[in-house]
Design a protein around this ligand. Sequence first.
Ligand code: SF4
Ligand code: SF4
Length: 447
Amino acid sequence: MAAEKDRIIQKVGSAGVVGAGGAGFPTHVKLSAQAKVVIANGAECEPLLRSDQQIMALYPEELVRGLKAAMVATGAKEGVLALKAKYEEAVSALSKLVEKEKDLRILKLESVYPAGDEAVLTYEATGRVMPEGGLPLDVGAVVCNVNTLINVARALDDQPVTHRYVTVTGAVARPSVFLAPLGISFIRLIEQAGGPKFPDYAVISGGPMTGEVVCPMESRVSKTSGGIIVLPEDHYLIKRKKMPLSTQLRRSKAACCQCTQCTSVCPRNLLGHHVEPHKTMRSLNLGLDAAEAPITSAMLCCNCGLCSFYACPMELSPAQVNQAIRKEFAQAGFKNPHLRRDVVPDREYENRKISQARLVRRLGLAEYDRPAPFDPVKIEPKRVVISLKQHIGVAAVPMVREGEIVKMGQAIAQSPNGKLGARIHASISGIVRKIGEKGITIEREGA
Ligand code: SF4
Ligand code: SF4
C-alpha cells in the first residue's frame, strides 16, 4: 500500500493538480496526509455557478476513481460524495456507481449557502467540528473539490492539468460551461458565450459572493478559475464589491447599528467558532492591527460574504473588513491566537441556514439564475499567458526558454526543490514568446 500511495502522490504532483475549488492548495501535498475520510466537495454553493454539478454527471466514473485514489493515498477507509440533492442527474449517475462500493456513500446536501465551506461540509459529513484555526484534517477528514478529484483520476493516466471547466454566465447571450485552456483571456470566453448584453459591464472572477471584480481584458483562466460572471456595471453587487476599503471603514464606524444580524448568520459562528463580526465592527476604532479579541477573531472568518451581502441592513461589509485585518496581521507575521478545540455548534445551527434561492434574490441575481449547459466546443486560442502562480506556495520556475517550441501537456514550469508549489504545463502547442511577470506566453505557430 505504501508503494501505491507513493505512486499516486508522484503522479498527482507530476500532473500539477491543485485544489480547483479554492485557493489552489497543491493536491499531492494534501494527499500525503493520513486521514479517516475523504470528502468529495460537489456542493457548488456559490450562486450561478454550474460547472461542478455538470461534470459530476458527465464524468462520474472519473470522479469515483479519483476519490478512491485519494482514499488509498491518505489511508482513508471512507469516501463521501457530497452534493446537493437538487443535482439530480449527478446524484443518479453517482448512485449507480456507489451502490457497488461498501466504503463510499452519497451525502445529499440542502440547497443552502455556504454548503461547500470546508468547515460546514466537514460537519455535515462527519458530525465533527474542526477546531478554531484548524483544518478538516484535525478531525480526520480531507476535503477535495470534485474537479480536483477528476484531475486526480486523469493524473493517474498521465494527463496533466492543462484545462479547466469554467462557468461563463450572468449578462451574456448564452450562459455556458466551457473546458478552457489555462491562460486564455476572460474576454475570449465571454465572446464564446455570445458576448456581454450591455456595453457597460463588469466582470466577477469566481462566485458572486467570494469573487472579485476584475478586468476581463487582463484576467486569464487559471487552475482555480471557477466562474466568470458578467453583470451591468451599475449592478448592486458590483457597486458593493468596488467600494474602496477606506470608504468601507469610514461607513462602518459611522453606520453600524450593532443589530448583530451579521453574527447571527455567520456560518463559522454557528459552528461554534469565535467569529463575531458585529463586535469586530464595534472595535474598529482600535485600529485594524489591534491585538484585541474582537479584532483578532477576524482570523477565523472564511470570507463567505454572508454578513456583508445578505445580512447587513446598512450595507456594510464586515467580510471585507475581516479580510483587511487578516492582511494586516499576515504582513506583521502575527499568528492566530484563537485555537479552541472544544467547539460545539450553536443550537440554532439548523434554523439559521440560508437558502440559496433567497440569497440569489437578495443579491439581485434572480434574472441571471439560469442554466449554463456544458458546451463541448474545442476552444483554441492563438495565444495564452500561463501564470506561474496558480496555487498556494511559491511561484513555479520556468523550465523552458523564449523561442522554444512546446507541445500541449509539456511541463513548462515547476516548483523549486522542496518548496510548496505545483508543476505547470502548456495548454496549447506553440512557441514560447515571452517569459515575464505575468507568466509564460505561448503562441500557436503561424498565429
Ligand atoms: S449587520 Fe451591519 S449594522 Fe448590524 S451589526 Fe453587523 S455590521 Fe453592524
Ligand atoms: S464573511 Fe462574515 S459571515 Fe462569513 S465567516 Fe466571515 S464573518 Fe462570518
